[in-house]
Design a protein around this ligand. Structure first.
Ligand code: ADP
Ligand code: ASP
Ligand code: MG
Length: 442
């Protein structure tokens, strides 16, 4: 088929490559356009509700290798998953040598990252064989520095050079290598990042991210039934939504493509006829009446509330409070504050068991009247480029929640007016998202 584009990078998520049947759908999509030249596969995902992703099986395997030493049965299951795919596709690919290498590594005490990365590696070998594309090991083209940080510039140089002479290639997602050559993975869902890195390196016209939903939906389909799809969204809006839990696309996959202004198109492998969502730098020229673009949320936050009379007239209090968190190596999410109070919102996992350290350090540093730590908060982000300069949006959010008797524990609105963040009790989290969706999208 002829398209507007000359070069596409296509990433297929776990569900798109979970079984031979899904492989066939993905391969048909690749073959439908010869410009789909560079392919980034994930590891096989869930085939049905209750199934286990291969990455999770590999992680279990690693954990068993360090705890009981009983990992072989789990690895048998992994081999079975791949062998089923190979057989189902009618291939003769022989992965027995590869399995033996991984088994040997596990027996000799390899790392978690190496083990987890093998899901993508093996799937990449099968896919490359099936579609007849060259396999390029991500370990040879994606690099992390000595601090474990992704080395964007070196990676881009090496990958661009390596792929420049190749008409087609399969590059497995999720991992790269450390300076000493050992394997390192991105965080979970990281194949999205690999796709974006490849798109930048080959200067693709578009990065297609194929998954199991017809694009980015206005909110999580597991919370609201059949939410409306978003047809176009900016990188900045998407990052806000992904960061706040809309898990379709890894939040860090925006950076490589944003630098090169490459649009991302989220598509559904099971419904390739749907246009999906376009993620772009600017939506100039594209008019929409929607005030909000999407809603996302995450549970598991804690609020540390610091009260001190006349706090606002004492210079440096905020800085000293934040220094306590920096010294304890705790990231903060938000810092809503009032005249005599300052709240620091953090991930509960980061503060669990360290409440005493935090409170005593703050006590020493700013001598407050009162410190209170409150757990079980959910944050809901209402995101929309059209909220700026549109009076009454926040009021509509608040009244929608009030009508459902939902108490708002925190409010934070960035001055760019791109989002409004609301803290609610975890028990009313789902109801809050439903109420806001209903207010703006029905
Ligand atoms: P893949 O395995 O293809 O990378 P993911 O499971 O990482 O796919 O992401 C797709 C899933 O994200 C969907 O199946 C859906 O359940 C979930 N999801 C959460 N929020 C949203 C949203 N706002 N729009 C679409 N999907 C969402
Ligand atoms: N397979 C990895 C995971 O499950 C990476 C990915 O799917 O993007 O997290
Ligand atoms: Mg994913």
């Amino acid at each position: 088929m002829k398209t507007l584009y000359e070069k596409k990078v296509v990433k297929f998520g776990g569900s798109s490559l979970a079984s031979a049947e899904q492989f066939v759908k993905s391969a048909n999509i690749i073959k439908a356009e010869s410009v789909r030249r560079y392919v980034v596969p994930s590891a096989p995902g869930k085939r049905f509700d209750g199934d286990t992703k291969v990455t999770d099986l590999l992680i279990n395997c690693y954990n068993q290798s360090v705890s009981s030493g009983d990992w072989e049965a789990t690895f048998d299951k992994i081999e079975e998953r791949y062998n089923d795919i190979i057989k189902g596709l009618g291939l003769t690919t022989d992965l027995s040598g590869e399995y033996a290498i991984i088994r040997k590594a596990l027996a000799e005490g390899t790392t978690l990252d190496y083990t987890a990365s093998r899901g993508e590696y093996l799937n990449g070998l099968i896919l490359a064989d099936y579609i007849g594309y060259e396999f390029v090991d991500a370990a040879e083209v994606i690099f992390f520095d000595e601090n474990g940080k992704f080395d964007a510039s070196y990676t881009n140089t090496v990958m661009a050079q390596r792929l420049s002479g190749k008409r087609n290639a399969v590059i497995p997602g999720f991992y790269g290598s450390n300076p000493d050559g050992t394997i390192k993975t991105f965080s979970r869902g990281g194949s999205d990042i690999t796709g974006a890195i490849v798109a930048r390196a080959v200067m693709a016209d578009i990065y297609e991210n194929w998954t199991d939903v017809s694009g980015f939906l206005m909110c999580d389909p597991r919370i609201v039934d059949n939410p409306r799809p978003i047809s176009i969204i900016t990188y900045r809006e998407l990052r806000e939504l992904s960061y706040m839990g809309a898990s379709v696309l890894h939040e860090d996959s925006i950076f490589p493509v944003k630098i090169a202004s490459i649009p991302i198109n989220i598509r559904n492998t099971n419904r390739p006829e749907d246009a999906g969502t376009f993620i772009v730098t600017s939506t100039d020229g594209y008019k929409t009446d929607d005030i909000i673009t999407g809603i996302a949320g995450k549970k598991g936050f804690s609020v540390i509330r610091i009260e001190k009379d006349m706090m606002n007239s004492e210079p440096g209090v905020g800085m000293r409070v934040l220094k306590v968190f920096a010294d304890l190596n705790i990231n903060f999410e938000h810092i809503p504050s009032g005249i005599d109070t300052m709240c620091v919102v953090v991930n509960t996992d980061d503060v669990k068991g360290r409440e005493y350290d935090i409170a005593s350090s703050i006590q020493k540093s700013v001598n407050p009247d009162h410190i209170h730590i409150d757990n079980n908060m959910g944050l809901v982000a209402v995101v929309g480029r059209n909220m700026a300069g549109q009076p009454g949006t926040a009021a509509r959010v608040f009244s929608a929640l009030a009508r459902k008797d939902i108490n708002i524990r925190m409010i934070d609105q960035g001055s760019s007016e791109l989002n409004i963040i609301i803290g609610v009790d975890e028990s009313s989290f789902t109801r809050a998202i439903k109420a806001i969706y209903k207010e703006f999208c029905n």
